[in-house]
Design a protein around this ligand. Structure first.
Ligand code: KG4
Length: 390
């Protein structure tokens, strides 16, 4: 079984090809040595969006359109599946492809050349993210997947991006995960605590009421003029922290509330107020930026870890799984490891290269989750507010 996965929910265009065996698919959870990642490419738009301090949907869509076909060619080539066409293009089918891609003219121009030049590859299934995410971006990936599914006559499945971030944990040689588990999915668009009975069986138990944790990193980095994405630059500055000089005091929003919800917009406002009251000299001083970054990171970590541990203890689950771009934060992972060890809980976090958006997590989810069903390309639509319950 060879699966091709496409992910375009936000500002990363990603394609992955994974090969596995029929017997591996019968197992209850993925086993790392049972599958082979033939290719895994991510084309990041972060540089393009950095001047805006956040993701601009129309620009993100344009960039996905530009990147998809070249990335597909690169992926197939790396996977050893790119072969020159022996037969001429099917003109009747191409007309239909044009119709599928009527709102993505740039993709059609590229894919027409691709279909003319290359043979139908040995791909058994196509998986594509259908939500949650930015609607124009989701549509672009979905239309691309539909066109390929139709022209290649290959079955199509749709995957929930959030589930992908959870399954990303199995893209590493980990021990068998014991269920029930709790997952914390933290990215630029989501902060959710999910209770997991088994792969494919989820219940959303808490989420942010306003900004996501990654969004808080991004917005506070913007206040401090550190560029986009904010998480890595705040983490880099925070690492240099040695001692308090400015007595910055930031809140830990909702940390003592009885529910598992979050709120990060007040934290962003607190950063803004502190920044505004500083003299120009202080604002420009390296020590102030370093101390502020340290305090932002600490505050976000304290809330995320405390609420997730609370959920684990109250629901008596055995494992904590992390996922999403913010799980690349080393201090967050360190704190989770420490707190899990004290409580004798198992803790798993994805490899840094699979913490952010990627398509291997979409491929693996398509292969292993009972949630993922075959869809007809005619019916598939994005769901930008897709939830994970199921
Ligand atoms: O999952 P992701 O790649 O994309 C989506 O938002 O779906 O996550 C991106 C987010 C951004 O907000 C970015 O600032 C944050 O992940 N991020 C980090 C780190 N690396 C990326 N946040 C904190 N520390 C990091 N090292």
């Amino acid at each position: 079984m060879i699966i091709l996965a496409i992910e375009t929910s936000c500002d990363d265009t990603a394609i992955s090809i994974i090969k596995t065996t029929a017997s591996a698919l019968k197992k209850k959870q993925p086993v790392f040595n049972d599958f082979e990642i033939l290719s895994n490419y991510v084309s990041s738009q972060a540089k393009i969006h950095s001047s805006y301090g956040g993701v601009f949907p129309a620009i993100a869509k344009r960039e996905h359109q530009k990147s998809l076909t070249p990335l597909l060619i690169k992926s197939l080539k790396t996977a050893g599946l790119l072969k020159k066409a022996k037969k001429p293009i099917n003109a009747k089918k191409l007309l239909k492809v044009q119709k599928i891609l009527e709102r993505n003219q740039d993709i059609f121009n590229d894919i027409k050349e691709f279909l003319k030049e290359y043979e139908i590859p040995e791909i058994n299934k196509i998986a594509v993210t259908y939500g949650p995410g930015l609607e124009p971006c989701l549509y672009t990936g979905i239309n691309f997947a539909k066109a390929l599914s139709f022209y290649w006559d290959t079955s199509l499945v749709s995957v929930n991006h959030l589930e992908g971030h959870i399954i990303a944990n199995w893209l590493a040689p980990i021990e068998k995960v014991e269920f029930p588990a709790i997952a914390l999915v933290v990215s630029g668009g989501n902060t959710q605590i999910i209770s997991i009975e088994n792969i494919g069986k989820y219940k959303l138990i808490g989420e942010t009421r306003d900004d996501a944790a990654g969004e808080c990193f991004d917005k506070t980095a913007r206040i401090l003029e550190l560029g986009y994405p904010g998480g890595p630059s705040i983490a880099k500055e925070a690492k240099k922290f040695k001692k308090n000089k400015f007595n910055i005091s930031l809140p830990r929003p909702m940390i003592h509330d009885k529910n598992y919800d979050f709120s990060f917009s007040g934290l962003k406002t607190a950063v803004l107020y502190d920044f505004k009251k500083r003299t120009n000299e202080e604002k420009k001083s390296k020590d102030y930026i370093v101390e502020m970054c340290y305090q932002i990171e600490r505050s976000i970590i304290d809330v995320l870890v405390s609420k997730t541990i609370k959920a684990t203890e109250e629901l008596k689950t055995k494992t904590i799984l992390l996922g999403g771009g913010v799980s690349a934060n080393r201090e967050l992972v360190k704190e989770f490891k420490k707190q899990s060890k004290i409580r004798k809980l198992k803790f798993v976090s994805p490899l840094p290269r699979f913490s952010g958006d990627n398509a291997s997590m979409i491929a693996l989810t398509a292969l292993f989750s009972s949630n993922v069903k075959k869809v007809s390309w005619q019916k598939l639509k994005p769901n930008s507010n897709l939830k994970i319950n199921g």
